[in-house]
Design a protein around this ligand. Structure first.
Ligand code: PLP
Length: 407
């Protein structure tokens, strides 16, 4: 597709043709999960209809073609994020598991009592709780990068957090609750100046912004398939070969071993050392189809379209009486979080739902962000490549109605 053709894009997503509560579906909950194009849905059906078999085990034909297809995805991911080696791409269940692998395997091995881990004030719970669990176990300490009232990280304060004891930095590329795009490259460089490796949570970036792990020089990078038009139950942990090789396996079981005797087990090489047991094969394979889909449009074209839509939606929503945006960073991705004076976010969500409009309300798995802003939650509109200005207009009309009803 040479130019971004929104009607053609929308035609790829069958669910966009359905109605909800008698109204055409308007789906603005893309930060939670994206809808799937027919190219991915067909690939899932095709997997079960044509090649279902376990991977990495059988000599028989079906096992070979499913293994090949699974490994093709690994290479597609490698090229999508420009990893140096395909064995640096670990196929996981999703971002949450990817972060837990680092917390468990890197954390338990290299982080001890009194050591420090830096995370930011705007993390999703999945980039907070694994480190708290490690802290409980090991007696290490979390240091938090503060943010200002626009939802931007304080980089000077970040620099001041480093000490001799800092062992790892982990922060999100794009905030799921505020939409802030963090200055990841500068933040990674700063950590490296202190000799500290960095994990970037790319869950809200990978579908919006071209990612080059080598150019970023990031040590670990995590993301989920279902937020990038792919299936649920699959995601990626990218790690630099040198670090992954130093880490023990995550789980024990089939596939992650070379040899097992009752006396001694030797572990498999990368990436299989971190992929114990039967993976979500169909999701793994079809993540490759989601990447093909994104590539067929081009992330640059997607990014440009979404930026225009974000600017349009931000401007239109600003006209709503009593609205207050939560997260007004200078650089933002496709998330608009807001509250309306005197109205609970949940009530807005319920009325919009009656109009067929799906938004998310609540704390968005980022309770510390809500605490920082002194609110229980927000209404979150998160955009994807198939959303349109007409849908934004419907949202604004729906919100006006909700405000009239609830005030
Ligand atoms: N990190 C961020 C920034 C997210 O937005 C999410 C999901 O919303 C996650 C991590 C967790 O992703 P998953 O539930 O796919 O593991």
């Amino acid at each position: 597709m040479e130019t971004f053709d929104i009607q053609r894009v929308r035609a790829d997503f069958p669910i966009l043709g359905r109605e909800v509560n008698g109204k055409p579906l308007v789906y603005f909950d893309n930060g939670a999960t994206t809808q799937k194009p027919k190219q991915v849905i067909d690939a899932i059906v095709n997997y079960y209809a044509d090649m279902n078999s376990n991977v990495h085990r059988g000599v028989h034909y079906l096992s070979q073609i499913s293994t090949d297809a699974f490994e093709v995805t690994r290479r597609k991911v490698q090229s999508f994020i420009n990893a140096a080696h395909e064995h640096e791409v670990i196929i996981t269940k999703g971002t949450t598991e990817s972060i837990n692998i680092v917390a468990s395997c890197f954390g338990r091995t290299f982080i001890g009592e009194g050591d420090e881990i830096i995370i930011s004030a705007m993390e999703h719970h999945s980039n907070i709780v694994p480190w708290q669990m490690l802290a409980d176990e090991k007696g290490c300490v979390l240091r938090i990068i503060p943010m200002n009232d626009r939802g931007e990280l304080d980089i000077e304060a970040y620099n001041a957090l480093f000490s001799e004891r800092t062992k790892l930095v982990s922060f999100t590329y794009v905030s799921n609750s505020l939409g802030t795009i963090n200055p990841v490259k500068a933040m990674i460089d700063l950590a490296h100046q202190h000799g500290v490796p960095v994990l970037v949570d790319g869950a809200q970036a990978i579908q919006h912004i071209p990612v080059d792990v080598q150019a970023l020089d990031v040590d670990f990078f995590a993301f989920s398939g279902h937020k990038m038009y792919g299936p649920t139950g699959v995601g990626v942990l990218y790690g630099k070969e040198e670090l992954l090789n130093k880490m023990p396996p995550y789980q024990g079981g089939g596939d992650m071993i070379k040899d097992v005797t009752f006396e001694k087990t030797t572990y498999n090489e990368l990436p299989f050392k971190f992929e114990a047991g039967t993976p979500n094969i169909e999701a793994g394979i079809c993540l490759g189809d989601a990447i093909d889909y994104i590539n067929s449009i081009g992330l640059d074209a997607i990014h440009a379209y979404e930026e225009e839509l974000l600017a349009y939606a931000s401007e239109k929503l600003a006209t709503i009486e009593g609205i207050r945006f939560i997260g007004t960073a200078a650089t933002k991705s496709s998330v608009i979080s807001f509250v309306v004076d005197g109205i609970h976010p949940y009530d807005i969500g319920v009325i919009l739902d009656k109009l067929g409009i799906a938004v998310r309300t609540g704390h968005h798995c980022a309770q510390p962000v809500m605490q920082a802003f002194g609110i229980p939650g927000t209404v979150r509109v998160s955009l994807a490549l198939y959303n349109t200005k007409e849908e934004v207009d419907l949202l604004v009309a729906g919100l006006e109605r909700a405000v009239r009803m609830l005030k």
